[in-house]
Design a protein around this ligand. Structure first.
Ligand SMILES: [Zn+2]
Length: 163
């Protein structure tokens, strides 16, 4: 697991915030304070967060007022369409999207600690596209999620097995 420094963390938020402003503007809409706080809460979570949990987190940042889950869902839907956020289907939760082709995302989900690692694999998108076209299949949505154990959990299990 990589640990980013405070300044790296700050600049990654600045980049994300700028991207969010740009994508909203392209869509002819605005990054409202609510939308911004949803994005900020998701970004600071560093793990997939469900809409209800997110509404608590946004509420805490906004001084204790819990946001309606419906409002959060609408924001998440918009962000998903804009490619700012991805839904982790098997967790019914959301993560901040990497800035790449959504078709090339792979999620590795740890059953032990819940960690999610997203990697960008352009060959995956190419493979799925070519397989789909060979079948005459028109995909509208694709998700690749791999369940298992992260390195830390796998190592701690093998230590337990040895003792
Ligand atoms: Zn783990």
């Amino acid at each position: 697991m990589s640990v980013s420094t405070a300044s790296e963390k700050q600049s990654s938020w600045a980049i994300l915030e700028k991207r969010a402003h740009e994508r909203c503007a392209l869509r002819g809409t605005k990054l409202t304070p609510l939308r911004l706080s949803v994005l900020r809460a998701l970004w600071s979570a560093n793990e997939p967060v469900g809409a209800y949990d997110l509404s608590d987190r946004v509420g805490i940042e906004a001084g204790g007022r819990r946001m309606a889950a419906n409002s959060i869902y609408r924001v998440l839907l918009l962000f998903t369409e804009l490619g700012l956020v991805r839904r982790v289907e098997s967790r019914q939760a959301y993560v901040v999207a990497r800035d790449g082709d959504p078709g090339s995302d792979m999620f590795f989900l740890c059953d032990g600690c819940g960690a999610v690692t997203a990697i960008d694999q352009p060959q995956l998108a190419a493979l799925l596209t070519s397989q789909a076209s060979a079948l005459g299949f028109r995909p509208h949505h694709q998700v690749v999620e791999v369940a298992g154990q992260c390195r830390t959990c796998a190592e701690s299990q093998s230590i337990k097995e040895q003792t």
